[in-house]
Design a binder for this molecule. Structure first.
Ligand SMILES: NC(=O)C1=CN([C@@H]2O[C@H](COP(=O)(O)OP(=O)(O)OC[C@H]3O[C@@H](n4cnc5c(N)ncnc54)[C@H](OP(=O)(O)O)[C@@H]3O)[C@@H](O)[C@H]2O)C=CC1
Ligand SMILES: CC(C)(CO)C(=O)C(=O)O
Length: 339
């Protein structure tokens, strides 16, 4: 039987947990699903603690591991890391109603993978830029508010997109319902590529972005991503300091300088000082989303005949860090200055 009202949030870490706590607090019927059993136990036992400068509260929640989920649902919000998307969608597929949909609250082009698995007609796009860190079972830091957008992947404004927008607006009152979700997703790919650069050192995102010496690296990486977006006919959108036009072919150095400085300024005011990428490398000691987020852009560049030497080099350096061949340091970032 289809469960019309309950929303599953599949992946209840930093992003899924924060969204879930807000929706449940507002009275929505939400079940959190996560593969980390101690996290699920802690949430059921003590509630989910949201901490940090935005708001601090402990929310009673219902949480399950994937094997405990029964029934079929109309709305599932997916919030696993990009490289776990396919496995997660395969696991949730049997619990998705025929006329249900999955909303991707992730970084990357996950909508393409989700659509492959469950059909484009059951896939809804979403973009999130707020900052959160999973601290330990049952505890999440909500570091800062930031842009959120939702939209159908074919650009139509549908009733279900309006419904997801209503839900996301509970969490972020400025959430946007868009007919250009790919514009936001490619904007975030550009923003995210710059964050991968900041993850090469132990300094904060804003310290890295403010490094005059490394400005040419940020500009080159941003330019490669935006050139590919343009070649694919996407109109990338800007947010929270990132200005896609500043990295487009022919844009002035001054424009890129302004955008990188604006990103540094935006990230100076968050309690989440480092990106999720850095956190995976330095704190969680695990693989990052580099292949699912960055290598995929470089592959799309190959398809479009656009060279991506800076992106390829960055992917290689992140792999080196993942595999312990290099250390997080300014000298690792200096390697990006070499041709
Ligand atoms: N954190 C942030 O500030 C932001 C993150 N994002 C994006 O949001 C997405 C989610 O990131 P984030 O919340 O930080 O990641 P987290 O690692 O904090 O949360 C993901 C959770 O999903 C769990 N998980 C993994 N595979 C499955 C599965 N098959 N079924 C159920 N649960 C699973 C993870 O377990 P395990 O840890 O064992 O893998 C983890 O508990 C990413 O694409 C990220 O780039 C976007 C904007 C900001
Ligand atoms: C830093 C942030 C929140 C974007 O602002 C992010 O997307 C990440 O941690 O990867």
């Amino acid at each position: 039987m289809t469960n019309e009202n309950t929303i599953l949030i599949w992946g209840a870490g930093a992003i899924g947990g924060t969204l879930g706590a807000y929706l449940i607090r507002a009275g929505e019927d939400v079940v959190l699903v996560d593969i980390v059993a101690p996290h699920v136990e802690a949430m059921n036992r003590d509630g989910l603690a949201i901490e940090g400068p935005v708001e601090t509260f402990r929310q009673p929640v219902k949480a399950l591991t994937p094997d405990q989920v029964t029934g079929r649902y109309k709305r599932i919000i997916l919030a696993v890391k990009a490289h776990h998307t396919r496995d997660a969608v395969r696991a949730l597929k049997d619990h998705l109603a025929d006329d249900g949909s999955v909303l991707s609250a992730q970084n990357g082009l996950n909508e393409l993978v989700i659509a492959e698995e469950i059909g484009a007609e059951r896939t809804v796009g979403c973009f999130v830029n707020f900052g959160a860190d999973w601290l330990e079972p049952g505890r999440i830091l909500f570091g800062n508010r930031a842009a959120v957008a939702v939209g159908e992947i074919d650009g139509r404004i549908t009733e279900r997109a309006k419904d997801y927008h209503r839900l996301l607006s509970i969490f972020e009152p400025k959430a946007v319902l868009t007919d250009n979700i790919w514009g936001y997703l490619w904007g975030k790919l550009g923003y995210g590529a710059l964050l991968f650069v900041t993850a090469l050192t132990n300094a904060s995102m804003s310290e890295n972005l403010a490094s005059e010496k490394h400005f040419p690296v940020f500009r080159r990486v941003g330019q490669e991503v935006m050139a590919i977006a343009k070649a694919r006919g996407v109109s990338p959108l800007g947010f929270n300091g990132f200005d896609p036009e500043a990295f487009m072919p022919g844009a002035s150095e001054e424009a890129a300088r302004r955008s990188v400085a604006d990103m540094a300024e935006f990230n100076r005011h968050t309690a989440k000082t480092h990106s999720g990428i850095w956190r995976d490398l330095a704190v969680r000691k695990r693989k990052t989303e580099v292949d699912a987020q960055l290598a995929i852009i470089a592959d799309l560049g190959d398809e479009a005949g656009i060279p991506t030497p800076a992106l390829r080099k960055l992917v290689g350096l992140i792999h080196d860090l993942e595999d312990g061949r290099r250390e997080l340091s300014w000298s690792t970032l200096d390697l990006m200055l070499e041709p």
